[in-house]
Design a protein around this ligand. Structure first.
Ligand code: UT7
Length: 331
């Protein structure tokens, strides 16, 4: 185990409540057949009434700390990647800090939409290069269903809730259960596409006191346009990090793409020459949980033993902004 920015612990959490395609058929003009054939989604998780992003982040963070054999006191930084924070203010990261029972850390939210987690680990790496002894909690948590327009069948069938977390540090822990070097990260964005995927309610069109909020406050997406750019962008950024590290598809043991749609992740994997057995899929069970989707998939595969020491993992993300990126992890 060489000294390099690394993952020292990993955990995830999904809410108990399951919303199946059959459940959706009861109140939306849709069908299990349409959703399954167009997206691969069979069901998704929905946060309980009053269960906020910081609550889901708390469970995932505790599990990551436990897997690292650490306590929240050991942390120096808390980065919460989300586009659905508890409030505009205070930052959900500070609420999480309080719920973890600690004070005085550096804590802030990071919003890079569905690409948040990879932006989070790159930001974490920056802290690690500045502070030799830093221990950075990077947690991605989303409550997309709190911003879902249940009357819009083109979006409401797609999203789900959940959280995943990693602890980053500079040196491997003695007897670590889960250890991965962050070999490389690449981040991209292009604001020209921003209008194709939006969740409003911010300063550009704020809610007015006493007014009923309209559909702009909820997720709105031009699905087919997003689809095309998502495939193109994820493929090219994954190719870029592979080439920069003199790697080919044969050197990758597992590919974990953003879980937006099975057709998207399958298309990207095929273009990269990665066979289906190397691709981690959770979209069928959890839908698109935005920033938390790849960290939930990564954590599942680590904890169920598919990803073992020696495995090299390629991550690929894409989301609103547009934002996209890729990372290589060496377990
Ligand atoms: O996480 C951020 C990134 N997000 C993504 O990457 C999502 C990207 N986009 C997609 O995954 C897909 O574009 C969707 C799943 C959103 C849509 O699939 P599509 O194959 O692109 O379908 P479409 O939007 O072209 O719609 C085809 C038809 C339309 O009917 P007409 O106009 O052909 O009569 C839609 O009205 O399917 C209809 N439709 C539905 N029918 C039943 C749209 N949504 C539904 C629905 N149930 N839920």
């Amino acid at each position: 185990m060489t000294k390099a920015p690394r993952i020292l612990g990993i955990g995830h959490y999904v809410p108990e409540k399951v919303l199946t395609n059959a459940d959706l058929e009861k109140f939306v003009d849709t069908s299990d057949e349409w959703i399954t054939s167009r997206t691969g989604i069979k069901e998704r998780r929905v946060a309980a009434e009053g269960e906020a992003v910081s609550d889901m982040a708390l469970v995932a963070s505790r599990r990551a700390l436990e897997s690292a054999g650490m306590t929240a006191d050991d942390l120096t930084h808390i980065i919460l990647c989300t586009l659905t924070p508890d409030f505009f203010c205070p930052p959900a990261a500070c609420i999480l800090e309080e719920k973890l029972g600690v004070r005085g850390k550096a804590a802030f939210d990071l919003n890079a939409a569905c690409s948040g987690f990879v932006n989070g680990i790159e930001t974490g790496r920056a802290f690690l290069s500045l502070h030799e002894d830093a221990k950075v909690l990077v947690v991605a948590a989303e409550s997309l269903t709190s911003r879902t327009n249940w009357k819009d069948r083109t979006t409401c069938v797609l999203f789900g809730d959940g959280a995943g977390a990693v602890i980053l540090g500079n040196a491997p822990l003695e007897g670590a259960k889960h250890d991965a070097a962050i070999q490389d990260v690449e981040l991209k964005s292009d604001g020209a596409f921003g209008h194709l995927l939006t969740v409003g309610g911010g300063s550009a069109a704020p809610a007015k006191l006493g007014e009923i909020v309209d559909e702009r406050h909820f997720i709105q997406m031009n699905g087919p346009e997003v689809f095309k750019v998502a495939v193109r962008s994820m493929e090219s950024v994954c190719r870029e990090v592979l080439e920069r590290n003199s790697l080919t598809a044969d050197d990758i043991d597992f590919f974990i793409p953003h879980q937006a749609n099975y057709r998207i992740l399958d298309a990207v994997a095929r273009k990269l020459g990665l066979p289906a057995e190397k691709v981690c899929v959770t979209v069928d069970r959890y839908g698109n949980s935005s920033a938390s989707s790849i960290i939930i998939a990564l954590s599942e595969a680590v904890h169920d033993g598919r990803i073992k020491p020696g495995c090299r993992v390629l991550l690929g993300v894409f989301g609103g902004g547009f934002t996209w990126g890729s990372a290589i992890l060496q377990f």
